[in-house]
Design a protein around this ligand. Structure first.
Ligand code: NAD
Length: 348
């Protein structure tokens, strides 16, 4: 039988969750609550039940699961209230704004004996999945480094994302997705240090773009960059490994792989540049290099709610675990610390 789910916060992402729940094969939609009367009225005009208060929603005994889709600064308060009311809670990202806050949320879920997880829905993005599958297959060997970038050209949105008090800024907004993806590829264990710098092109208060460097104890490295003032976007992913390189131009395109078949070359045809000839930087030929595209990975974002429901029933581990939530947020916290210290590398 489907479990009844409600959504708190009926804005952009709350609307997405309502549509998603209405199409779901595992959850049934109960209703929404939004602090703004006009949002509740809008829901009702669309035939969507709107509870008059958060208390009324949380007191509904039929609701087993609550999705929290409000600005980042109020996640903790609402998540804890929902857990204390005996609901399983799916919180939007970033889960909250400090590690202490996250520990209070985890403690509340343990006390209530209810599932509490965060919506890292970009684990279903096929560009990231291509990188993860390539790394996991071992096809191009041990990873040396990976670069993940997302570039827009419209500045930071002019809503609460532009204000510190709400937990705004691109590191918290897009950064948490890209960092979580990187840790899913390279691992949540063994991080040694984090370094970060911010951009303030369209907003002085919060970062409207950032660069983040992550290094591991075994020498692997990652670079994550979000830009909102890039009229030409750089490639979405670039990964180098001991036996090859991989590249994704943008999220609509396939992953291109170049696999080194033989290190030594008998004949390298030099490239002629204005300043002279180079053999070192000349491209390889098909005798030593295999170039191909990967099939697009299959993914279904509905699997997130499917897993959540199976986790409630004790049939599966939750898709985003508490330890993963801790490590994702710790990277964000270390990045803020690095920015405060002028871009210094911070031990993890
Ligand atoms: P939004 O401003 O469009 O909507 C937020 C809604 O929450 C508003 O309608 C507001 O009235 C309501 N609200 C504020 N305080 C409330 C409270 N105390 N109780 C009840 N309702 C309250 O913002 P959004 O873009 O929908 O973002 C909401 C959350 O979803 C954020 O945490 C954001 O980071 C996350 N988000 C996630 C994704 C994703 O892909 N996972 C995408 C966008 C946003």
């Amino acid at each position: 039988m489907k479990k009844k789910a409600a959504v708190i916060g009926y804005g952009g992402m709350g609307g997405w969750h309502v549509d998603h729940i209405l199409k779901s094969d595992v959850v049934e939609f109960a209703g929404i609550y939004d602090i703004k009367e006009e949002r509740r009225a809008l829901a009702e005009s669309r035939g969507i039940k709107a509870y008059a208060s958060r208390e009324e929603l949380l007191a509904d005994p039929e609701i087993e699961m609550v999705t929290v889709a409000v600005p980042n600064d109020v996640h903790e308060e609402i998540v804890i209230a929902a857990l204390e009311a005996g609901k399983n809670v799916l919180c939007e990202k970033p889960v909250t704004l400090s590690l202490e806050s996250l520990e209070r949320m985890i403690a509340a879920s343990k006390k209530a004996g209810k599932i509490f997880s965060v919506h890292q829905n970009r684990r279903f993005d096929v560009d990231y999945l291509a990188m993860k599958q390539l790394k996991d297959s071992g096809e191009i060997g041990e990873i040396i480094n990976i670069e993940s970038r997302i570039h827009g050209s419209r500045g930071i949105p002019s809503d609460w994302r532009g204000e510190k008090a709400y937990g705004g800024g691109m590191l918290s907004d897009w950064g948490i997705h890209l960092i979580d993806q990187i840790l899913m590829v390279l691992g949540f264990d063994g991080i040694a240090g984090v370094r970060c710098t911010f951009e303030h092109i369209t907003n002085d208060e919060v970062d409207d773009g950032f660069s983040l460097w992550l290094d591991y104890k075994d020498g692997k490295r990652a670079y994550v960059e979000v830009g909102t003032y890039n009229f030409i976007a750089m490639p979405r992913f670039y990964m180098r490994a001991k036996s090859g390189s991989a590249f994704i131009r943008d999220w609509r395109e396939n992953c291109k792989v170049a696999k080194c078949k033989a290190w030594h070359e008998s004949d390298v045809i030099p490239v002629e540049t204005a300043a002279g000839l180079t053999k070192t930087m000349a491209p390889r030929d098909e005798i030593t290099l295999d170039e191909y595209e990967l099939d697009r990975p299959k993914s279904d974002v509905h699997d997130y709610y499917r897993n959540f429901v199976r986790a409630i029933d004790g049939l599966e581990e939750q898709f985003v675990t508490h330890d993963q939530m801790r490590t994702d947020l710790k990277v964000i916290m270390k990045a803020f610390e690095s920015v405060e210290k002028g871009g210094e590398r911070i031990e993890f």
